[in-house]
Design a protein around this ligand. Sequence first.
Ligand SMILES: [Zn+2]
Length: 197
Amino acid sequence: MNAGHYGLAAGVKAWAPRLPLWALLLSGYLLDVIFIVLFALGIESFAPIDPANPSYGAVLIHAYYTHSLVGALLIAAGAGWLAGRRWGQRNGLVIAAVVFSHWILDLIVHRPDLPLLPGNLGNLPLLGLGLWQIPVASALLELALVLGGAYLYFRSATRLPVPSGESPAGHRRRVLTASIVITVLMVLILVSDVLGL
Ligand SMILES: [Zn+2]
């Protein structure tokens, strides 16, 4: 899942208008950002279920540190602490929750490949509800997150005070443009994921 994480993060703007959009989007995707680093280092990896026929969601992800329950909680706590120093305690908690939301969404779509403990310590059962096995359902879930998140972002951004030096109409136009741009980007990400581009 890519677009769904961004959609959820953008929508959180409604509850934390002071947090910049980039911080929310980065938080929603943070586990995968660290995954990409560990992937490059050869520590985490992923494998298509049928290498000859790769398709949307048909993948097992061996992200035993970043995507372990305890690992995700630790990353969320660290990001929340950093954000709290900059944007205040409440916004820090919001960032921590957005970072952890990644694990919850992954839990819904992944086949069982998410460990409880970092490094899959103790070989405990792997978690994952496997919605990816019904690609239409998981694509619709992502689309709902993208459209719902974009709408919440638009609605909350239009309610922010108009910056000095900007007319109300100009402010609304700028927010509308930003909303359309992020919606189009998220839909493009979803379409390219589903079509395997
Ligand atoms: Zn992930």
